[in-house]
Design a protein. Structure first.
Ligand code: PGA
Length: 251
């Protein structure tokens, strides 16, 4: 909730122009997405095209009806939305979304769209060495009865709550340890080959300086960028760094 309609649209256009004008970036084989607020979604969708996808920051799980203030999957599809973020820590902590609500949302959104499920522990939980327990509980509850036929639409984002908007990041090794744990939990829930194909991305104070060391870890498949995506120049720098790593690993 940072920008107005015209600010979001201009920012998206700057990012799109930066990517489209460079074959290095547009042909790197990366998936790049922008997730503006609901008010700006349609307008942003109109100023960008592939390889940039446009996503929403939330969705409601009911199909339609008297749910004042909410936005359905069909409404998102009708403006050309390409992906959805579900269970962001602000949804969990400020808007009291429970594991059960997030479970309903991720099952609905992934039936039609790529869906990013965010999980992460708070600072007190990390200090009490409960990170693994919390992550496991969130994933098991949030993906309870997740239909395997939609698994190709699932992306998991590890976002330690204490790293979001704080300029504090885990070390790449600390982040990698949790990503590996997530991969193992997914392997137990589905299967090893299925889990190895689920992108697990990292979010929390990602910027142009730290993105390379994070993305260089074997189980960190991408980044979910908040504050640094509000500056076109820095976001493009992050995309550029990711594109160089893509070329090296062929991913
Ligand atoms: P940040 O935000 O990059 O500003 O820490 C991440 C997020 O909100 O998901």
């Amino acid at each position: 909730m940072n920008l107005t309609l015209s600010e979001s649209t201009s920012l998206a256009k700057l990012i799109y122009d930066g990517v489209a004008s460079s074959s290095e970036l547009s042909d790197a084989g990366m998936v790049i997405g922008i997730a503006p607020d609901f008010v700006s979604l349609l307008s942003v969708k109109q100023v960008v095209s592939l390889p940039i996808l446009v996503g929403s920051q939330n969705v409601f799980y009911e199909e339609k009806g008297a749910f004042t203030g909410e936005t359905s999957l069909n409404m998102l599809l009708s403006v050309g939305c390409d992906f959805v973020i579900v269970g962001h820590s602000e949804r969990r902590h400020i808007f009291y979304e429970s594991d059960d609500v997030i479970n309903k949302k991720i099952k609905v959104s992934s039936s039609r769209l790529k869906s990013i499920l965010c999980v992460g522990e708070t600072l007190p939980e990390r200090k009490e060495e409960k990170t693994n327990e919390i992550i496991e509980k969130q994933i098991l509850n949030n993906l309870h009865a997740f239909p395997i036929k939609n698994i190709h639409n699932l992306i998991v984002a590890y976002e330690p709550v204490w790293a979001i908007g704080t300029n504090i990041t885990p070390t790449p090794k600390q982040a990698e340890d949790v990503h590996l744990l997530i991969r193992q939990i997914l392997a137990n829930m589905f299967s090893k080959p299925v889990a190895s194909n689920i992108p697990i991305i990292y979010g929390g104070s990602v910027n142009a300086n730290n993105v390379k060391s994070l993305l260089s870890m074997p189980n960190i498949d991408g980044a979910l960028v908040g504050g640094a995506s509000l500056k076109a120049g820095e976001f493009l720098e992050i995309i550029r760094t990711a594109s160089l790593l893509c070329k090296k690993t062929g991913e």
